[in-house]
Design a protein around this ligand. Structure first.
Ligand code: NAP
Length: 321
């Protein structure tokens, strides 16, 4: 039988940048200040070898945290399948160096048990995620959104029990409003499964976690905060300064719509670019640096459709500038 050739990670992956990791709240976990998200670019419609190259570059540069969810793709589930393939092809020997998260909360399969926050859904969904990713456990499992119909205690107890079963090491909450977050934090703490992290959208043009008090709350309680869409899906980069490229998220999907390209936004991005240039930075780098500078932010959770983008974005942790 032919032996499978595994990818060899760069032996210097932890040497490059002294400040690559930050403590996640008051936990034992260190997270890279830049984490890699699989929402786009890792699905069944995307070229596997490109996804593979992006993850290799990430891991070779010390990015140990990959963020997934049951519904990432498209189609749904296929980003986790890509992760499973990557585990088999490349990352199995590095499993203990990786911090892999998944989530459940959005519509995943038909019928009354494939959505929201019931115990039935969360348990079944995580089981499916583990099978797709070829993993025995995830490092972090999130409630992806609040379910206003299910008693909070049911969702929270399911999360506690998932940890007790060893299917996840830590619990995170994403997109919950602050009132429910407060209840969740207390419930989980009382059940000895302290909330590790909150995942919320934070970028220069969407500062809700600051305005609603979520970020200060996380800081006060020792909960980590990971900022998703820190580049506003690419708006806070040079991507759309000369039109809408055919291979861009805006051209390809429905999550980023053309109406976001207002004259005000374009003016804002041009000013950001000009300020960034003065500091010898790129637009995306400046946007990421702003998020990382907000008190309480543990990591920026970026997306990338090429190694080149990732390379550019990683400059935001360069402390020599
Ligand atoms: N919890 C939640 O509800 C939730 C919601 C959304 C996201 N997330 C998580 O957050 C992760 C990141 O979200 P996101 O993809 O929206 O993040 P983002 O970093 O704001 O946007 C990533 C996109 O911006 C463009 N881009 C990135 N770097 C660039 C550069 N240097 N120059 C030009 N364009 C650049 C690329 O778009 P092109 O494809 O056009 O090249 C890339 O796909 C997701 O993968 C997921 O893990 C979580």
């Amino acid at each position: 039988m032919e032996l499978k050739k595994f990818y060899q990670a760069d032996p210097h992956r932890y040497d490059r940048e002294a400040n690559l990791y930050a403590r996640c709240g008051k936990s034992g976990v260190l997270l890279p200040r830049v984490s890699l998200g699989f929402w786009h670019n890792f699905g069944g419609i995307d070229p596997y070898e490109r996804s593979r190259a992006i993850t290799h570059y990430a891991f070779d540069h010390g990015i140990t945290h990959f963020d997934l969810a049951n519904n990432y793709g498209p189609p749904y589930g296929t980003a986790e399948e890509t992760m499973g393939r990557l585990m088999d092809d490349d990352f199995r020997p590095y499993r203990d160096e990786l911090f892999i998260s998944s989530k459940a909360g959005y519509d995943m399969w038909p019928g009354p048990y494939g959505n929201w926050g019931s115990r039935k859904y969360l348990f079944a969904s995580l089981e499916q995620s583990l099978k797709r990713m070829h993993l025995d456990y995830v490092d972090l499992f999130y409630s992806h959104r609040l379910d206003p119909q299910t008693p909070l205690e049911e969702t929270l107890q399911a999360l506690v029990d998932i940890v007790r079963q060893g299917k996840a090491l830590y619990i995170g909450i994403s997109n919950w409003p602050i009132e429910q977050l407060r209840i969740g934090e207390e419930y989980l703490r009382r059940h000895d499964v302290p909330l590790l992290i909150y995942q919320g959208r934070l970028n220069l043009i969407d500062r809700k976690p600051i305005e609603t008090g979520i970020l200060p709350f996380c800081k006060e309680k020792g909960i980590g905060f990971i900022a998703f869409s820190p580049l506003a899906q690419g708006l806070l980069t040079d991507r759309y300064l000369e039109g809408i490229p055919a291979d861009s998220r805006m051209a390809r999907g429905h999550f980023l719509t053309k109406d976001r390209l207002t004259p005000e936004l374009m003016e804002y991005v041009l000013a950001l670019k000009s300020d960034a240039c003065k500091n010898k930075q790129t637009t995306s780098e400046a946007a990421l640096r702003w998020v990382l500078a907000q008190e309480g932010v543990t990591s920026v959770l970026i997306g990338a459709s090429s190694v080149n983008q990732l390379e550019q974005n990683l400059k935001c942790i360069d402390t020599n500038k």
